[in-house]
Design a protein around this ligand. Structure first.
Ligand code: FE2
Length: 359
């Protein structure tokens, strides 16, 4: 029943009993991170170093111990993750299964995955163990997706920790759904804003049929808006992906393919939308599934990797035409950067003048 792995975690596949407690229709009853201090002073009081990997997606924070967050810090972190798309932490060795679950529950009910194996103690903690997947088969590596987008209320946040990492390879890459939307021309934005798409569990049906694993409750399919409002930031994002989005609703299959191929191409090929993370043992990444896509890089075999993930259920996706955009919000950030540069230039030339006077 439990495959042997080099870890303390005991892994179980779903059982009949598990199916009874699996609730496939869980959704958040509040929006974590909504309405917090825009400067997030409580969170940043503990931050000793901030590294923005790119301008618009991905930040590494030092000085934070995820098991020790105050309530206010946890709320501000949820908002910060929604803004930055994905946030990275190092050396979170005390984040065990129970703490992992505790952290996720601060932001909403936890999703129980219909097929991926889970910890014995905590069915909400799924086990991503490369040894359980034959190379390049069945798994979703190298395929861009947003976690469990096939659910009626897909995930808001995922929290992933790696306890065993390959000596080389095995990075994860995230792409920015806000920017993908922002860079489209207005006619294409207008077209997409009127559309919904069906997200399906087809890939898990295939895995189930091939492996005979029991499923953990129902394998859902759901229709969601193609352009989605992130309830925390209020920004528009593209919300289709290459693993779970089966088709655009109400158009021909050729039109659906054209639209999805185009959006999937932008996600996977435009490097300026992406951020890549090199895992270390006990690194943690927390990301917003409503506005980002991600994929593992399957370049690490014969090494293995073992990660544990908690997936927070979010709200039923919606599109509000009056939503803002990351591009608009970024205008003030850009102005602040330019003002800082100009102040530095002015200071430099003032010093130059002072030096001249001294000479
Ligand atoms: Fe994923």
């Amino acid at each position: 029943m439990a495959p042997s792995v080099e870890s303390d975690a005991v892994i179980l596949f779903a059982t009949e009993k598990d199916s009874l407690i699996a609730d496939r229709n869980t959704h958040a009853t509040r929006v974590a991170g909504l309405g917090v201090d825009p400067e997030k002073k409580a969170l940043f009081a503990s931050v000793t170093k901030r590294i923005d990997y790119t301008l618009k997606i991905g930040t590494e924070l030092h000085g934070i111990r995820l098991t020790q967050l105050t309530e206010q810090q946890a709320e501000e972190l949820a908002a910060f993750v929604a803004e930055r798309g994905v946030v990275f932490f190092r050396d979170q060795d005390d984040l065990d299964g129970n703490e992992h679950v505790k952290l996720g529950r601060r932001w909403g009910p936890l999703h129980i995955h219909p097929l991926i194996p889970h910890e014995q103690e905590n069915p909400e903690v799924i086990v991503l163990d490369s040894r359980l997947n034959p190379p390049n088969r069945y798994n979703t590596n190298n395929s861009w997706h947003s976690d469990v987008s096939f659910e009626p209320a897909p995930s808001s946040f995922s929290i992933l920790k790696f306890d065993e990492i390959p000596e080389s390879g095995g990075d994860t890459v995230w792409a920015n759904g806000y920017q993908l939307y922002d860079d489209l021309s207005q006619p294409i934005k207008t077209l997409l804003e009127g559309l919904t798409a069906t997200h399906s569990s087809d890939i898990f049906r295939i895995i189930q049929a091939r492996t005979g694993r029991k499923t953990f409750g129902k394998l859902n399919d759901s229709s969601h808006p193609v352009v989605r409002t992130n309830p925390v930031t209020g920004w528009k994002s593209i919300f289709t992906n290459s693993v779970f989005t089966r088709e655009i609703d109400g158009v021909t299959s050729l039109e659906s393919k054209w639209i999805l191929d185009y959006l999937n191409d932008l996600t996977s090929k435009r490097l300026e939308y992406q951020v890549r993370f090199r895992w270390e043992k006990h690194s943690v990444a927390i990301w917003d599934n409503r506005s980002t896509f991600h994929t593992g890089v399957p370049d690490f075999r014969p090494y293995n990797r073992l990660g544990l993930r908690v997936t927070v259920s979010g709200e039923v996706p919606y599109y509000d035409p009056s939503s803002g955009t990351q591009a608009k919000a970024f205008e003030s950030t850009a102005k602040a950067i330019i003002a800082k540069q100009e102040a530095a230039e002015a200071e430099k030339s003032k010093k130059g003048l002072d030096n001249l006077q001294l000479a």
